[in-house]
Ligand binder design. Structure first.
Ligand code: PRX
Length: 643
């Protein structure tokens, strides 16, 4: 085991030279390195073996023999010294409503209480529990309460449709759903419970839904199945047992499932485990932001995505941080809302997405001018490549040139940051995620899997050594995990991202190289959108590609073959958009729909997406070789009709 001085050093990096030393050590002695980090968390029993792995099956096990409950590192261990420190500061959708502060003591109490509610409602260790809730503190409480009793949570983002929820509930055979009557987002109200009711028609495994009151919109409450959150809490209170012992979990037991889109088929359930995920999210949060106790940290993501799991809930809480949670959207009631929140809570670290930055930029600088942003010391970016214009605006107008921008590259599957600057240590370069964090070993390969060495090169980004936060499997289908991530290149984890490494060894992510779109920082599989479009009664077939979008990063462009459509094209377009919203959710709605009489296909029937991408990008000057197409004439028609 490493000594304490060393542990302190690896979490608190003060110079670029020190980063290089720690990085070198992490590659040469990975087990010693990670054991040193893991020592800084709370374990019920330490591990017997740090790491066992192969990327062939894949089989990756961290901290085997270790026993823990992640909520003890997130909550219990802070109680004695920092129980009265704010854990969550919650800002409601409507600024006229009261904000809420939950100290570590209060959060601990509420998590224990709701964990007892779950138990009263039949939840057991290993059960899968679906959570479909607004961004209120009870969402974090529900997540942590599941972890407290060893149930596996599967959070579904509030923007997904009943069908998407049903698919996810069925895939994991969930027996309990936690939801709310509705949610407030800007000036909209989303009827969450009603959407759940539609989903549950297809989900016989669900025995209980627990419904939080938020919007108090009328809801159907079904006898024997649906109960109110508040009533259940009262029962626990009268039972008079406020505490709930933390279930002992093996390091490799599942902590949660989170569904994400790939290039084929339905979204897959990425599985993260208790020990490795705890160590990785806590370590990366502390290291990249160089978080110091007392700093107020605000991540604008939703807990429905991995960013919210790792960097609103688990990571910051393991470090005793004060985390701001925001229910609404950055533009409601005005485009100054985020800056007002920064002002109101004197936020020190602001972690957001390029799409939000670009959207707020478009309202002009006046919105920012009269806001006091002087509390900010560090900024962060996540979800998609940040373009230089947005980087500089963020730097100058928000950070006033004094705040490092921590551009964190990572994925649902990686659990936490992989390539990222370390605040006030790594020299920055706009639009570059810069260098791997200690413990992360990236490699660029060509299409045959051969390593591309040296600097000033481009390739596909892979990782060649395991890290504790990596996915272990895809729920219920390990083979899918193997083929998606570990079969493209032998002995490497393939990220699906293209990447360039500049003359100084700095990494810049250039975007997905597979058929996955990144729309406003959200992953959307083109195949999934096509399947949804094809559900429309008059659609014969379709092809979906991305195109550059000023605010969203990428927009969804659909080429649709629809011979018997309504004579009003616009109406048919709206029907198709509605169909996609119904099947997947509003987040996957196509931005542009071009009706075509056929798709450009090769003689073997494969759609030539390369051509469609060029048309969608508005660059039809050089479409490359089209001679292998079954019907080259189709290309002219597509070019002429481009939107
Ligand atoms: O293409 C990369 C992009 O988002 C993908 C991961 O999406 P998801 O699993 O939804 O997780 C998003 C939050 C971590 C990646 O494959 N991406 C994420 N962060 C960055 C990024 N692209 C460039 N720069 C980033 N900082």
């Amino acid at each position: 085991m490493t000594n304490l001085r060393y542990q302190f050093k690896i979490m608190k990096i003060t110079s670029f030279d020190q980063y290089k030393q720690v990085y070198k050590h992490s590659v040469e002695q990975p087990e010693e390195f990670w054991a040193g980090i893991a020592e800084t968390f709370q374990w019920k029993k330490k591990w017997d073996k740090v790491l066992e792995w192969n990327f062939k099956e894949p089989n990756v096990k961290w901290f085997q023999g270790g026993k823990l409950n992640i909520t003890e590192s997130c909550l219990d261990r802070h109680l004695e010294k920092d129980g009265d420190r704010a854990a969550i500061i919650w800002e409601p959708n409507d600024p006229k409503d009261e904000h809420r502060v939950l100290t570590y003591k209060q959060l601990h109490e509420k998590v224990c209480q709701f964990a007892n509610v779950l138990k009263n409602n039949g939840a057991k260790k290993g059960d899968r529990i679906c959570i479909y809730m607004p961004m209120v503190p009870e969402l974090a409480i529900a997540v942590l309460a599941c972890a407290r009793i060893g149930a596996i949570h599967s959070v579904v983002f509030g923007g997904f449709s009943a069908q998407s929820i049903a698919d996810r509930i069925q895939d994991a055979s969930c027996n309990i759903v936690i939801t709310a009557d509705g949610s407030f987002r800007g000036n909209k109200e989303v009827p969450l419970k009603s959407i759940i009711d539609d989903a549950l028609v297809q989900c016989p495994t669900v025995e209980r839904t627990i419904v939080l009151t938020r919007t108090r919109t009328p809801v159907a409450m079904i006898k024997g199945r649906d109960v109110w959150w508040e009533d259940e809490i009262k029962k626990v209170e009268t039972q008079g047992n406020p505490s709930c012992p933390a279930e002992e979990m093996d390091a490799e037991d599942m902590l949660f499932i989170l569904y994400t889109s790939g290039s084929t088929g339905k979204p897959k359930g990425v599985v993260h485990t208790c020990g490795g995920y705890m160590v990785y999210t806590g370590y990366t949060f502390k290291t990249a932001f160089q978080y110091e106790p007392g700093e107020v940290y605000f991540c604008t993501a939703d807990i429905g995505w991995i960013t919210g799991h790792s960097y609103i809930a688990y990571g910051p809480l393991t470090q005793g941080a004060t985390s701001v949670m925001f229910e609404g959207i950055p533009t409601y009631p005005s485009p100054g809302r985020l800056w007002e929140i920064v002002e109101k809570f004197k936020v020190n670290i602001l972690y957001t997405a390029p799409t939000a930055i670009r959207s707020l930029m478009s309202f002009g600088d006046d919105v920012v001018k009269n806001k006091d942003l002087s509390s900010l010391t560090k900024l962060g970016s996540v979800g998609e490549p940040i373009n230089e214009e947005a980087w500089h605006w963020f730097d100058e107008k928000i950070g006033h040139g004094n705040c490092p921008i921590i551009d964190t590259w990572w994925q649902t599957e990686t659990g936490g940051f992989m390539i990222s600057p370390i605040a006030n240590v790594t020299p920055l370069k706009p639009s570059f995620a810069t260098l791997p964090l200690p413990g992360v070993q990236p490699i660029l390969v060509d299409e045959y899997g051969k390593e591309i060495e040296g600097n000033g090169v481009n390739g596909n980004l892979c990782i060649k050594f395991p890290w504790p936060g990596m996915l272990r499997t895809t729920y219920g289908d390990h083979e899918r995990c193997r083929t998606t991530y570990f079969s493209a290149y032998e002995n490497l984890y393939f990220t699906g991202d293209g990447c360039m490494r500049d003359e100084n060894g700095y990494y810049r992510i250039t975007g997905r190289v597979d058929d996955v779109l990144n729309v406003s920082g959200h992953r959307i599989g083109t195949a999934e959108v096509e399947n949804a479009i094809n559900m429309h009664s008059s659609v014969v077939e379709s092809a979906v590609v991305g195109y550059p979008h000023d605010i969203k990063g990428q927009g969804v462009y659909a080429f649709v073959v629809c011979p018997n459509k309504h004579e009003d094209d616009e109406l048919t377009r709206k029907d198709i958009v509605m169909t996609v919203a119904r099947i997947i959710g509003a987040i996957a709605k196509p931005d542009k729909i071009q009706f075509v009489s056929g798709l450009p296909k090769t003689r073997s029937g494969k759609i030539m997406r390369r051509i469609l991408r060029k048309v969608a990008e508005g660059d039809t000057s050089n479409l490359g070789d089209t001679s292998t197409l079954l019907d080259p004439a189709v290309v002219d028609e597509i070019k002429t009709g481009a939107l």
